[in-house]
Design a protein around this ligand. Structure first.
Ligand SMILES: Nc1ncnc2c1ncn2[C@@H]1O[C@H](COP(=O)(O)OP(=O)(O)O)[C@@H](O)[C@H]1O
Ligand SMILES: [Mg+2]
Length: 277
């Protein structure tokens, strides 16, 4: 007999749990849909009905726990997935980023991660919700046994890739708490709202590789991103970012490809987010 597909598993989960059980599980940090492939996740995030089930009290912006639910089809329950919803309306104004742009920056960061082929940011979309337009991101269950503070200094391939992605994104807020170690060993980056400033703002806990030469795979990925800016990726970013911010991204990629090294921390500004975790 054929293995059940990811969709079948997610659908049978939805059939097994009551709505209350799903909400309770989501609020405890579970992904109620189980494992979803990226295409399915993006479809459910984009098209599912979004309901807010709680507010994340530790977060600095209005960040909500939500469920996205596909309608029943052909007599079968639709997929229900746990997500994070950050409405633009709930963004706290900042002095160094234009108001109401953080959700777009998160979606743009996801687009760059997708184009890199490295899969470093959970599926993220822009859509309407109960509190208006905002970013909706798939909730990722983390491996609670991994102490991020203990691993951020380690030479892990996943962290090295995030460090390079952040150099492209000009990420001003790569804290330890924005790194999610997953049960399958991957590490993903979240809260990517403070990216794509025009001026250099890279602030990260991932400086281990500063000044080190890029390997061939890294150069190939940067070249692919650079090409992408002239094609699909550029088109996608134009919906989300200012033209100056896209030009600055192009310049950062060109500089990385010319030097073929990880960046060095600037001496004249803070380069580690505060607090770092
Ligand atoms: N997609 C996600 N999956 C799992 N946990 C997440 C996800 N997004 C955020 N979190 C957790 O929620 C916390 C707060 O979210 P964050 O995006 O940092 O909100 P804020 O912009 O308000 O700081 C994060 O530090 C992380 O622990
Ligand atoms: Mg945060």
């Amino acid at each position: 007999m054929a293995e059940p597909s990811v969709d079948d598993n997610a659908q049978s989960r939805a059939a097994r749990l009551t709505r209350e059980e799903m909400e309770a599980a989501a609020l405890e940090g579970r992904q109620v849909a189980g494992a979803l492939d990226r295409a399915t996740a993006l479809r459910v995030l984009r098209d599912g009905e979004l309901t807010v089930i709680g507010r994340m009290l530790s977060a600095s912006n209005a960040t909500f726990f939500g469920l996205v639910e596909e309608p029943r089809a052909n007599g079968r329950p639709g997929i229900v997935a746990s997500c994070v919803y950050k409405p633009i309306r709930g963004e706290r104004p900042l002095t160094d980023f234009p108001d109401g742009t953080l959700a777009c920056r998160e979606v743009a960061a996801h687009a760059v991660s997708e184009a890199s082929g490295w899969d470093l940011i959970p599926p993220t979309v822009m859509r309407d919700g109960p509190f208006g337009q905002g970013m909706v991101q798939l909730w990722m269950e983390v491996d609670e046994s991994v102490d991020v503070t203990a691993i951020v200094g380690d030479d892990l391939p996943a962290l090295r890739r995030i460090a390079l992605l952040d150099a492209v994104l000009n990420n001003a807020d790569r804290k330890g708490g924005h790194l999610l170690p997953l049960p399958d060993g991957r590490i993903l980056g979240v809260d990517n709202g403070l990216c794509f400033a025009v001026e250099p703002k890279l602030r990260t806990v991932l400086w281990r590789w500063r000044g080190q030469p890029l390997n061939d795979d890294e150069v190939a990925v940067l070249s692919r991103l650079r090409d992408g800016l002239g094609g699909d990726l550029g088109e996608c970013l134009r919906e989300l970012l200012a033209p100056t911010e896209i030009r600055a991204t192009t310049r950062r990629l060109d500089a990385l490809l010319a030097r073929r090294r990880f960046p060095q921390p600037d001496r004249d500004r803070p380069v580690i987010p505060w607090p770092p975790f």
